[in-house]
Design a protein around this ligand. Structure first.
Ligand code: B16
Ligand code: MG
Length: 220
């Protein structure tokens, strides 16, 4: 049985529900261009980088634009999205997550964030978690975004832990694929229909127990 040494958390949709703000902001871009986005469409773009998300959104609307217009649309989406995240407080940490983070810390585990978001530093500051983690790797520090494993591999390297000794928590299909491609054990947070590639899926973060998870996933 391997020894558990680290927990690596996706940010949007796992520590806090910014996933919903992303959806509202992308939907506004789509609506302004004359089409709509459904929750099902949103599942396919969750976890992707800003530009990869925009390209998927435009595909849904059957549209494509040149680079300058893409940058303009991505900037407009981000400005709208930032109006929501600037209002966030520690109350926006998902239920059960603050307690679970403390369980991890009390057990002496390394704790890291692996997020595609370039807004991760602002969000962590709003949640008053900016100094909590041993390392944060976000969209500002990677070349390849999820489903590429780079973000998680880099986080594990920065805390000096082998992927086989860590659990990654993810709410997005692309993020589960990234974790698995990096050789991590992955807990999906959300609907098993989207997250079936994870080692284990939990519906939400309520009542998360480190001891129960270790037993479920065969960690010491
Ligand atoms: P930004 P995560 C991801 O964060 C979101 O899930 C994804 O929907 C978003 O497009 C991406 O960050 C980029 O975000 O526009 O803020 O750079 O889930 O990997 O923490
Ligand atoms: Mg996420």
């Amino acid at each position: 049985m391997p020894q558990l040494e680290a927990l690596i958390f996706d940010l949007d949709g796992v520590i806090t529900n910014t996933a919903h703000f992303h959806f509202i902001a992308w939907r506004k871009i789509a609506n302004d261009l004359g089409f709509d986005l459904s929750e099902a469409d949103n599942e396919k773009i969750k976890g992707l980088s800003r530009m990869d998300s925009l390209i998927r959104v435009l595909e849904i609307g059957g549209m494509s634009f040149e680079e300058a217009k893409l940058v303009e649309l991505a900037t407009a989406k981000n400005e709208h999205y930032q109006t929501f995240i600037r209002e966030m407080t520690p109350e926006d940490i998902l239920p059960g997550m603050a307690d679970f983070l403390e369980q991890g810390k009390a057990a002496g585990l390394k704790l890291a964030v692996g997020s595609s978001s370039k807004n991760a530093p602002i969000i962590l500051e709003q949640l008053e978690l900016d100094t909590f983690f041993d390392t944060v790797v976000d969209g500002n520090g990677v070349t390849h975004s999820k489903p590429d494993p780079e973000v998680f591999v880099k986080a594990a390297a920065q805390i000096g832990v082998n992927p086989t000794a860590a659990i990654v928590f993810e709410d997005a299909m692309s993020g589960v694929e990234a974790a698995k491609a990096g050789g991590f054990c992955c807990v999906g947070v959300g609907d098993p229909a989207h997250l079936h590639k994870a080692n284990h899926v939990i519906p939400n973060t309520v009542g998360l127990s480190l001891d129960a998870l270790k037993e479920q996933l065969n960690f010491q």
